[in-house]
Ligand binder design. Structure first.
Ligand code: NDP
Length: 248
């Protein structure tokens, strides 16, 4: 098999389920050493075991991306224990859909601290070293929701629009220094994401939306990430939007 990422080190946040887990597996299959971060230790234990069985170098990180110090520690440990950091996949996220009228602001704090500040803290920890080494990829997991606003998704939309704005500004800032900043924007993917929605009506309508079509699988998005980070150094895939064929 072709191993385009041999010798590279990747760090994936939110690697304990869904897209992040599939991405960690795909990056390891492509030859990368992978650091896997999330809060659920049991899930990371299982994934680390599976990756090691397949011969990958793995570092397991107890990581809450809303904790700035934990983000800094995750990047530092990856560099120390896996020998560098070439690919950062900022995937950790929550989608607490619901109306703005009658919302619990705790949902908003969770979305903004995880989806926005989490991406910023991880990027802050990683970017200087990448600029110094003159290479590196930061892939931010945005969403169709980062491009298209819908009622009932306002704060999730706001969080992903923030990710897109931050990514594009940083892309311009580091242009010419060998570092690539990319956005991957999935449509509906069958994962645990919608299970955490707290507003009952929003949860039911998300359930209906996801099950009314052939959703994407996490592996479909993992392939897009591997495509982005496997390009030759002069090629930057800035943005990939992947919808299920059946999604409007
Ligand atoms: P999952 O719920 O399966 O995965 C979310 C991951 O994020 C888990 O590994 C979870 O780990 C982690 N996470 C959540 N909060 C934190 C935190 N504070 N610190 C560290 N990790 C955290 O959902 P998906 O795989 O679907 O979601 C992954 C990304 O894809 C998200 O950014 C989501 O917005 C995006 N996306 C998903 C779509 C979909 O339809 N599924 C569509 C478009 C975008 P743990 O709880 O163990 O910490």
């Amino acid at each position: 098999a072709v191993r385009p990422l041999s010798g590279k080190v990747a760090l994936v946040t939110g690697a304990s389920s869904g897209i992040g887990e599939a991405t960690a597996v795909a990056l390891a299959e492509a030859g990368a050493a992978v650091a896997i971060g999330a809060r659920r230790k049991d899930r990371l234990d299982a994934l680390a075991g599976r990756l090691r069985e397949d011969g990958a170098a793995v570092l397991q990180l107890d990581l809450d991306v809303t904790d700035e110090q934990a983000c800094a520690d995750a990047v530092r440990r990856t560099r120390e224990e896996l020998g560098g950091l070439d690919v950062l996949v900022n995937n950790a996220g929550v989608m607490l859909l619901g109306t703005i009228v009658g919302a619990d602001p705790e949902d908003w704090r969770r979305m903004l601290s995880t989806n926005v500040l989490g991406v910023m803290y991880m990027t802050h920890a990683a970017i200087e070293g990448m600029v110094e080494q003159g290479s590196g990829d930061i892939v931010n997991m945005s969403s169709v929701a980062g491009r298209t606003v819908r009622k009932g998704a306002g704060v999730y939309n706001a969080s992903k629009w923030a990710v897109n704005a931050f990514s594009e500004s940083l892309r311009q800032e580091v242009t010419g220094r060998g570092v690539r900043i990319s956005l991957v924007e999935p449509g509906a993917v069958a994962t645990e994401l919608r299970d955490h929605i707290t507003q009952p009506a929003a949860k039911a309508s998300a359930e209906q939306m996801y099950t009314s079509m052939r959703s994407l699988e996490s592996e479909d998005i993992a392939r897009a990430v591997v495509y982005v980070v496997s390009q030759p150094p002069h090629v930057a895939v800035n943005e990939i939007l992947v919808r299920p064929t059946d999604q409007e």
